[in-house]
Ligand binder design. Structure first.
Ligand code: PEP
Ligand code: MN
Length: 338
């Protein structure tokens, strides 16, 4: 349940509520917006039976939440969350572009990609140093060496770094090098990993699981938020359906649906969402038109020889053309992309 307070509720009225919750063994989170102060109640709501919270001073209304997530919900926080990374805003009116190779393969490959995506207009460099591959025999990533290369690429270009963390024991290591920690689709319900990234002070890009409903995805976000990390960015990357022509089915309806259900920013990954480079640009443009807060796109200087996901990677030239088109679409839908 959430307790919506009058905007001019006093500190005493708020603490009367929180003291009552604490005395009943319930937890709470407070969201202070411009128009509302909302108290999200955590725990077994049966403990509140017989307590007429609506009658307490300063309370505007009490809204029961039936969804398994609260902190991620729009009811709890009506204003959109804007995640800020060294001056770059994700959410609000801004469009952010994250781009780079699927995996960090070498210094040359990474730097070439970084310079190309920077030139085209990206603000973030993506690149996996730890790769979740379907087969254990596929390239698994350069690990810490790859993270160091990402950091060098950041020094060279000023691009912020988004890279995947695959397990609890490498969270601290990856956090030393990354500006945004990516949780991969296969790990969306790795609850111990979600709790671990919830405890650190770095934004998290949470990819949608291969077969996750929106409710399951937002519940996964809830794990991170509930640990105190408020900077969660959702990423739609396609789901498993009966269609085999594409690698996944990119669910663009998730974008407006998430905007309705949640205050969290959402970016779209049309690369994993389609698996085919020639479908990436149309779906990227559609994603921005649908209201996405940004894109994460695989770009490789030599897709044919990429160690992973070459078939869905754009060449730097195609990526540049796409960014030009995104500028036009962003403007048409009233968004800022510079
Ligand atoms: C990736 O971004 O390289 C990746 C592995 O994505 P996903 O977890 O969405 O498959
Ligand atoms: Mn990939």
């Amino acid at each position: 349940m959430v307790i919506v307070m009058n905007i001019n509720a006093t500190d005493k009225q708020i603490s009367d509520i929180t003291n009552l919750l604490t005395s009943l063994g319930l937890g709470y989170h407070i969201s202070k917006g411009e128009e509302k102060i909302v108290i999200g109640v955590i725990g077994d709501k049966k403990k509140l039976e017989g307590k007429a919270i609506e009658m307490m001073e300063g309370v505007e209304k009490v809204i029961p939440i039936v969804e398994p997530y609260k902190l991620a919900s729009r009811i709890f926080k009506p204003e959109p969350t804007i995640v800020e990374v060294e001056g770059v805003k994700i959410g609000g009116s801004n469009i952010v572009i994250m781009a780079g190779p699927c995996a960090v393969e070498s210094r040359e490959q990474l730097f070439e990609s970084a310079m190309a995506v920077k030139k085209a207009g990206a603000q973030f460099l993506r690149g996996g140093a730890f790769k979740p591959r379907t087969s254990p025999y596929s390239f698994q990533g350069l690990e810490e060496e790859g993270l160091k290369m990402l950091q060098e690429a950041k020094q060279l270009t000023g691009l912020k770094i988004v890279t995947e963390v695959m397990d609890v024991h490498s969270v601290e290591l990856v956090a030393q090098y990354a500006d945004v920690l990516q949780i991969g689709a296969r790990n969306m319900q790795n609850f111990s990993l979600l709790k671990a990234v919830g405890k650190i002070n770095k934004p998290v890009l949470l990819k949608r699981g291969l077969a996750a409903t929106l409710g399951e995805w937002l519940s996964a976000a809830e794990y991170i938020l509930n640990e105190g990390n408020k900077d969660v960015i959702l990423c739609e990357r396609g789901i498993r359906t009966f269609e085999t022509y594409t690698r996944n089915t990119l669910d663009l309806s998730a974008v407006p649906a998430i905007k309705k259900l949640s205050h969290l920013p959402i970016v779209v990954d049309p690369s994993h969402g389609t698996g085919k480079w020639d479908l990436v640009a149309p779906m990227a443009k559609a994603a921005i038109a649908a209201g996405a807060d940004g894109l994460i796109i695989e770009v490789h200087p030599d897709p044919k020889n990429a160690l992973s996901d070459g078939a869905q990677s754009l060449t730097p030239e195609n990526f540049e053309t796409l960014c030009e088109d995104i500028k036009v679409i962003a403007k048409a839908v009233g968004r800022d992309f510079v």
